[in-house]
Design a binder for this molecule. Structure first.
Ligand code: GLU
Length: 326
């Protein structure tokens, strides 16, 4: 006789306990944005995007989180594997992945989609003054970080060294460290120079140029810059603003080439999610721009430039609504 009411009670309690859980699960979709090392600009960029999206969590049912990663190449591969919904990716890497070049030679990543572009990233080379490195050819024989596998900058370092006729495998003591380690190792004397493709200002360069060991931004030279701009569709000329790094020994801005940081996703990501991300960033662009000095020059129109992979339909829907594309 007491068995039946007890059974009913257990079932009823389970129902009550499970109800809020299943309701929450149905309401919230978690999306992750892959970024870069925490001392770069991608990591705060993921934070800026997610903070705007998460303000509307109730309305969209989307919760965005940020992951620190090895950089552009890692992000593209993780998006394609379905491990990340979004990733910040250099425009040159987006181009190569979609067309099946470089790391993706013969394997075009046809599901890759662009969302919008963000800040400019210059290709930089920093060296300690005591290493005597003042130009590219001085790198020979030195301990040089060309960038971790998975980063965007590794490809840029290889392009520059190839343009200068330097065989990085034979002529350098090349290492593949993450950018967060580079600044410390430069200051401790374990590294002579490192390449890093990144927006400004960034904590890595502030750290690298603020220690007791004097550091310079090395000018890669006009002939290399011209060669890169001529040979590749994604490099444009630029300068590294030295005012952000008063500890560096340079007295003037340093000429280089740059690419753009872009936000990428996969065709498999729901259009409603991509639409929500684009709408929150574009509708609140002034608030977004206030979140990092690297965004000062951003304009709505400019944020549609530097994209190679087709626009994701969720992004295209927003851009059509506001008249940015026909
Ligand atoms: N451009 C770098 C990369 O693609 C990351 C720069 C950053 O984290 O700001 O790996």
């Amino acid at each position: 006789m007491p068995k039946k009411p007890l059974g009913v009670l257990v079932v009823f309690t389970c129902f009550l306990l499970c109800l809020p859980l299943s309701a929450t699960a149905a309401r919230t979709t978690y999306v992750t944005i892959g970024t870069g090392g925490i001392t770069g600009v991608y990591y705060p960029t993921g934070g800026a995007i997610s903070s705007l999206v998460n303000k509307k969590r109730e309305e969209y049912g989307i919760r965005a989180t940020v992951e620190s990663t090895g950089g552009s190449v890692f992000n593209i591969n993780a998006i394609m594997a379905g491990d990340l919904e979004f990733g910040v990716v250099q425009s040159d890497r987006q181009y190569q992945a979609y067309k099946g070049l470089a790391e993706w030679q013969g394997r075009p990543q046809e599901k890759l989609r662009s969302v919008f572009s963000i800040h400019q990233e210059s290709v930089n080379l920093l060296a300690t003054v005591d290493s005597g490195i003042k130009k590219l050819s001085d790198l020979k024989g030195h301990r040089v970080n060309i960038g971790n596998p998975g980063s965007g900058q590794r490809g840029n370092a290889i392009d520059i060294l190839a343009a200068a006729g330097i065989d990085f495998e034979k002529e350098l003591r090349a290492v593949g460290l993450k950018p967060a380690e580079s600044a410390k190792m430069l200051q401790s004397g374990q590294l002579d120079a490192f390449f890093y493709t990144v927006g400004h200002p960034n904590d890595s360069f502030i750290e690298a140029t603020s220690g007791h060991r004097k550091v310079r931004f090395v000018n890669i030279g006009k002939s290399i810059i011209d060669k890169l701009v001529k040979s590749y569709p994604y490099y444009i000329t630029s300068t590294t603003p030295i005012s952000y790094y008063p500890g560096a020994v340079n007295s003037a801005d340093v000429p280089s080439v740059s690419v753009k940081a872009t936000l990428c996703t996969s065709i498999d990501v729901d259009a409603a999610i991509v639409y929500a991300v684009v709408k929150e960033v574009f509708d609140n662009l002034e608030a977004f721009k206030a979140m990092h000095p690297a965004y000062t020059e951003l304009t709505r129109e400019g944020m549609l430039q530097g994209l190679t992979a087709p626009l994701h339909p969720g992004a295209a829907k927003y851009f059509k609504e506001v008249g940015l594309i026909p």
